[in-house]
Design a protein around this ligand. Sequence first.
Ligand code: BGC
Length: 740
Amino acid sequence: MKKTPSAKKACKKVATPLYKDPKQPVEARVKDLLRRMTLEEKIDQLTQMPIGGDINPNNPGEWRNFSPTYGSILSYCGGTKKRNEFQRLAVETTRLGIPIIWGFDVIHGWRTTFPVSLAQAGSFRPALTEKLSRISALEAWNDGGVNWTFSPMVEVAHDPRWGRVVEGYGEDPLTAQVFTKAAVYGYQGRKAEQLKTPGYIAACLKHFVGYSASEGGRDYAYTDISRRALWEWYLPPFEAGVAAGARTLMSSFNDITGTPAVANYYTQTEVLRNRWGFDGFIVSDWGSVSQLKAQRFSSDPAESAAASVVAGNDMCMSDGYYKNLKALVEDGKLPVKVINKAVERVLRVKFQIGLFEHPYAPEKTKEEVCWLPEYLQAAVETARETIVLLKNEKNTLPLKSQKGKRIALIGPNGDKSLCHIGWWAALARDDEKHAPSLLTKAREFFPDSEIVFEPGCPEPFPASNAETIKKFDPNQLPAAVEAAKSADVILLALGEHGHQSGEYHSRRDICLPPFQDELVDAIRKAAPDKPIIALVTAGRPLAFQEAAKKVDAILYLWQSGYGASQATMEILTGKVNPSAKLAMTFPRTVGQIPVYVNAHHPARFDLHDYQDYPEEDGPWFPFGYGLSYTTFEYAEPVVKKGANGTFKVKVSVTNTGKKAGAETIIWYLHDLEAYYTQPVKRVVSFEKIDLEPGETKVVSLTLTPEMLSYVNEDGQRQLEEGTFEISASEKTSASFTVSL
Ligand code: BGC
């Protein structure tokens, strides 16, 4: 019998394309999908656009057209319901149904806000960073449908004038490596399979590379970086992040010694892909492909796009410049295989994060998925470990009972929340409920004392001293002086505005904002014998030596997030013993910058750095500085030769005070002589331990040949024979000899 065509049609099974089958290996899915794509679809996958609601005020042109064929949307914060509607257009109305990957700057929290990264590093507890990154990922996914965070920012920075030091883990490559790994594990999970589970999100190591070396600390400025510096300082945290499995990187804005980062073949292809075997993708930074014009690299959009993609930059953020690649390929000027490679990398990550299986985010209320008690608890827990005790004359702290006494809280940051939240706080708002001010918490912690608050001077304006000066109010200082005169204890809430550091917030000077030095001076004169405690909030090291001399104690709060005020009061009252240390050196003045831990030897011994202040050699507070309410004593370290070229080092550390406390043992290595000269001291490891009063613990370290070696200008590790010194404290060290 003859079959009718319609009957035949009814029997035909529609096969599911291989790329949609989660049981297929990722590489097979990538290959299958790629071969089905048109050139236009491929280029769209390399395009990332904002569609409004962008939270970064430095990024112009918020509203652009949405296309469901775009590879990625960034900074959308219109809620998961609307996000899913856009996603549905991509998945259900486009020919191939490729879901969009949603990116966002989740830097130190989504809604629950944690201490800024620079402060986190000072905790020297990477487990805290892993935990808070995990929480940030969960909140960002559940409340925002975020699949991909533009974090961690892993740049080693030597110049506190650069506003973005707040976003990184400080000046030491080893510390940055350890914290980079922790953040990647927190966002992505420790095992590759975890990344497929909703609630784990892709990490992005940024900015690749050397942006922090911008001349004079000016944002977006030129960077002149030798290969040696690149390998010694700037590349190590990225290498660690790649090894931890980070799925993406963001190329940086800076022009690296003549070749802008986005168009840099050496960094993006030779180093990252060929040497480190990275198979995820690179996204450019906001408009950095179009900025090649400003950098006078290329004024032709097509040329800029081609230079970037050929160098290895896969996805183009925000300026749409990769649209120009189509004509280049069609005209035979750009091989399609270059595009294919980039698309492959983007698709690979989309499959690896399970985007095809879980394109839609939960549609819950923010109250259901954010600010959970354990998240808020983690915020306090982290803040406790990030606040640094810089000065404590005559054991002013912890405060004795203040029952029946009067406490004057003076200073413009005393009743503010934003100064604790800082820059890049995703969806956290300047919100007293979640980020209570110092004043609110002081009232809670000292219920039997009278608390008087006076700002004393205007709140600093984030972007200009002149604007702060305009806000001068002649009544503020006299009122503060009166409050100080009648108080028993004075708390001075000083420091930066919450948005005074961050992107495009570099400062020529890093002193206290206008009027604050005068405020400290007037308060000390009004209350010559009273205890004055400075509580300083800032996103960078500040140089305020003169003001510091006039106060009895200083707590450096950084921007410690939702838990900042709670943790500050716990430390003031002695409920918590401070244990954080500095992950970035504090210079005495700006003129001393750069001054940092891993600096190399000068050419002459025993001469002062500067002649105008010979008595003030060295930094104000070095890397690793931070006091406690107890004291620790280090014995002489002991070194023994181990197997396979290793050395075993041990040091006993004793809590010699009367309180339990935590101490970070930072191991510094000194290679006494080498073909490539070495730092005076190089951080090779750290470990934080808890010690009861009188308790001694032995801390050990295994120095491997890799730790003893150094990297040359080509990134190769070299180990030389010779004498080394290892130390864990200023006072003691042990030497040993390496022979090959
Ligand atoms: C910043 C990046 C950020 C991006 C997206 C840029 O201006 O440099 O760090 O991830 O904007 O908001």
